[in-house]
Design a protein around this ligand. Structure first.
Ligand code: GRG
Length: 286
């Protein structure tokens, strides 16, 4: 994955014969090539492999999704949003560079993602590339990640119902994970029923990812406050662990893991890496 990310960044296509401003390129590299679990691209690749496809076009589509994820982290870390100084154990982009450069690095990663997903090797059929591009736009846009981030920001000033929390989380973090699984299946020309099955798998992973993230927040907060009930630690945040507490959240995670495993059961041994990924996402500690 890393060499593909590196080379797509280095060869970011130019309009006319313009140059790539070195400071912006350095900020983009800082955002992307700084570790990270690469969950979304790994999902794209594993799902495509499940249906028998494994080549550079798949890697390019996977990288496109990682660029969007990295852009969202850069913008999320800005003072106007989460105001974080550290990301992946290093200074955030606006700390290492400056706010304007971080905004532009995010913008350039978002647009580079669309260049990558439309590239010929992604799929021989332009109609499939169009679907992949449109769905990526929707997963990242107002009805997906960006819209979910808006709803989440608004939650700081107004309480949310359980259904509202589920919807905002499905948009904010779920949409890209869902897309990862759908895209893998579409890239490999999976049958419609299998695309639907993998889409549901992606939705379950999205919810599990968010629940695990909320639990990690509670544990981090318990270390500093000594409270580990979830309801205390998540106070003021729109989370399901805040509504239901730690034990009920762990029980829901176990149910989701079982559902994810059952969904992939028809694929037998071939689905083992994906089931392991679902387990990793549910039980992750970072
Ligand atoms: C700014 C449009 C815009 C959206 C931001 C996804 C998001 C929306 C913000 C991320 C904020 C955040 C830390 C949410 C918790 C879940 C999450 C996405 C964590 C980071 O994802 P990982 O764990 O990160 O996959 P790595 O570093 O491993 O890639």
């Amino acid at each position: 994955m890393e060499p593909v990310l590196e080379s797509l960044l280095a060869d970011a296509p130019l309009s006319q014969e313009n140059e790539r401003p070195p400071r912006l390129m350095a900020a983009m590299r800082h955002a992307v090539l700084a570790g990270g679990k690469r969950l979304r691209p790994i999902l794209v690749m594993e799902v495509a492999e499940l249906f028998g496809r494994q080549d550079d076009g798949v890697l390019t589509a996977a990288a496109a999704l990682e660029f969007i994820h990295c852009y969202s982290l850069v913008h999320d870390d800005l003072p106007a949003m989460d105001d974080d100084d550290l990301r992946r154990g290093r200074p955030t982009v606006h700390k290492a560079f400056d706010e304007a450069t971080a905004i532009l690095a995010g913008d350039a990663l978002l647009t580079l993602a669309f260049d990558a997903i439309t590239a010929d090797p992604v799929h021989e059929d332009p109609a499939v590339r169009l679907v992949l591009t449109r769905e990526l736009s929707r997963a990242a846009g107002i009805g997906g990640m960006a819209g979910g981030q808006m709803l989440d920001l608004e939650s700081e000033s107004r309480a949310r119902s359980e259904q509202e929390i589920r919807t905002l989380q499905a948009m904010k973090t779920g949409a890209l994970l869902r897309y990862a699984c759908r895209a893998g299946a579409l890239l490999a020309n999976a049958h419609e029923g299998d695309v639907d099955r993998l889409t549901r798998f992606g939705e379950i992973i999205g919810l599990a990812f968010q629940l695990a993230d909320d639990l990690l927040d509670v544990e981090a907060s318990a270390e500093t406050t000594g409270k580990a009930t979830g309801k205390d630690a998540a106070a003021g945040k729109a989370t399901l662990v805040g509504l239901h507490g730690v034990d009920a959240t762990r029980a829901e995670l176990a149910k989701l893991q079982a559902e994810a495993t059952a969904l992939l059961q028809p694929f037998g041994e071939k689905a083992k890496p994906l089931i392991e990924l679902a387990d990793f996402i549910s039980n992750r500690n970072h």
